[in-house]
Design a protein around this ligand. Structure first.
Ligand code: KGA
Length: 425
């Protein structure tokens, strides 16, 4: 079947499903586009994707997305809202590709569509950030703010404003000098979507501005999943690093790690995949008996990034890391305590009181000393110098994995709610 014709036949359905999904996702009052605007945006983007599929090249979408980003910035539009259109369209197209095509052709078209949407999304983000940094008149554009001696930018280098994420599934509270960040996306079990990640970063920015001396990062009460990890629907479908430096989850980890006061992960419930990287990026972990921790990259066929592996190496024994990565079996709370994944394991009924008391104690200590010590420890433990060719070799190996059929199979199996069948190709 001719690929672009087959996809074009599904245009109306794809547009309607994407618009409906965007409406379900965006509950930000006063910020959301009208349904007509959404329909127009989705339709325009889909047209570009189809043109690229037909021409077999990504240039039409990258050029158009660069223009679109400049226009959106000039109109004061939110980058996340625009990025959501790419994410949703990718997700909906993905379902249609699975329904329309079979076997080899399905894999090929999935790879093609995702490379095209990914190229458009990258072009959009890069142009938006470039325009924003050139103009210098937008609240969130401290794009080149403080970089450490190691060259790693802090949360301020992220391309969005602290007040840009009113619709994120994240809430904050303030208890004296302790800030609390609450993950609250029950529908997706606190999956780390771009929206949730940006919401946490924005919340950290807000709490920092209020001079909070310690932060507790927790899931909303009453949930039994602390976080289900990276939002799998937002992972690129091959031909693109799923955990690149500019990926939202990476920005979130950097924001936590560089926050100039202690961040305590308070864990009630299960922690999956990239959410474990987030928990371990916090300075301390408290947990109750419902907590468990799994790293499920091997279930998805996903090659974890080198920075992420260094986070684990800096925090856990290598034999534990290997067992967790190779089996994807969760560590229960007791095992997590024994392996020192958690600092304190306390009964559910006492978790909040215990954690807030710990945070309150820290809040009485010298904020300057704590900020400096935290930064020293981060720099000393994070960085393992590796030669350029070694890093490039690792990237090459990873690329073979994320360009593989197994990776697409892992993602497809998750979407189809079935166990993956990996073939090692
Ligand atoms: N991303 C996107 N959607 C997710 C999700 C995720 N990580 N986790 C859950 N969902 C969706 C799921 O598809 C379902 O959608 C809804 O959330 C409720 O999930 O309602 P829908 O449209 O069908 P579910 O499975 O019904 O809830 P549950 O029975 O309470 O089970 C919760 C868990 C967390 C156990 C289950 O959802 C699960 O196994 N999720 C995936 C966990 C995982 O493997 N995460 C790793 C993601 O990868 C990652 O972080 C990286 C970077 N990695 O591993 O390298």
């Amino acid at each position: 079947m001719e690929t672009s014709t087959a996809l074009a036949g599904a245009t109306e359905q794809v547009v309607s499903e994407a618009v409906a999904a965007l409406e379900r996702r965006d509950q930000a009052p006063g910020r959301a586009a009208s349904p007509e605007e959404r329909r127009r945006d989705v339709r325009d983007l889909l047209k570009l994707v189809l043109r690229c599929v037909q021409e077999g090249r990504a240039e039409p979408i990258t050029k158009a997305c660069e223009r679109m980003a400049a226009g959106r910035f000039a109109a004061g539009a939110d980058i996340v809202e625009a990025q959501e259109i790419f994410n949703v369209l990718e997700e909906v197209l993905w379902r249609h590709v699975i329904a329309i095509f079979a076997e080899e052709q399905r894999i090929e078209v999935l790879g093609l569509v995702n490379a095209i949407v990914g190229a458009g999304k990258d072009a959009f983000a890069q142009t938006y950030v470039a325009v924003a940094s050139g103009r210098g008149d937008r609240p969130g554009q401290q794009l080149t703010a403080a970089t450490g001696g190691d060259g790693e930018a802090d949360a301020g280098d992220l391309p969005f404003a602290a007040d840009d994420f009113a619709g994120a599934p994240v809430r904050t509270e303030v208890l004296g000098q302790v800030g609390v960040i609450i993950l609250d996306d029950r529908r997706k079990r606190n999956a780390i979507s771009a929206r949730l990640a940006h919401g946490v970063v924005a919340a950290l920015g807000g709490l920092r501005a209020q001079g909070m001396r310690a932060v507790v990062l927790r899931a909303a009460a009453g949930t039994n999943v602390w976080s289900s990890g990276h939002d799998i629907d937002e992972l690129p479908r091959g031909r693109r690093d799923p955990l690149g430096y500019n990926d939202h989850i990476e920005g979130l980890l950097r924001a936590v790690r560089t926050f100039p006061a202690p961040v305590i992960a308070m864990v009630h419930g299960t922690v999956w995949g990239g959410a474990l990287d987030l928990v371990l990026s916090c300075d301390l972990v408290t947990a109750d008996e419902t907590a468990s921790f799994a790293i499920t990259a091997a279930n998805l066929g996903l090659p974890y990034n080198t920075t992420g592996l260094l986070h684990f190496i800096g925090r856990l024994p290598i034999n534990l890391i290997k067992e967790m990565f190779f089996t994807a079996v969760p560590l229960d709370a007791q095992q997590a305590r024994e392996w020192m994944v958690v600092n304190h394991l306390v009964r559910s009924a006492e978790l909040e009181a215990f954690t807030f008391e710990l945070a309150a104690t820290m809040a009485t200590k010298s904020p300057m000393a704590m900020a400096v010590i935290k930064e020293q420890l981060r720099v000393l433990t994070d960085y393992q110098p590796i030669a350029a060719q070694v890093y490039e070799r690792l990237q090459g190996l990873r690329r073979e994995a994320y360009d593989s059929r197994d990776y697409l199979e892992g993602l497809t199996a998750f979407a189809e709610k079935r166990p993956p069948v990996f073939r090692g190709t």
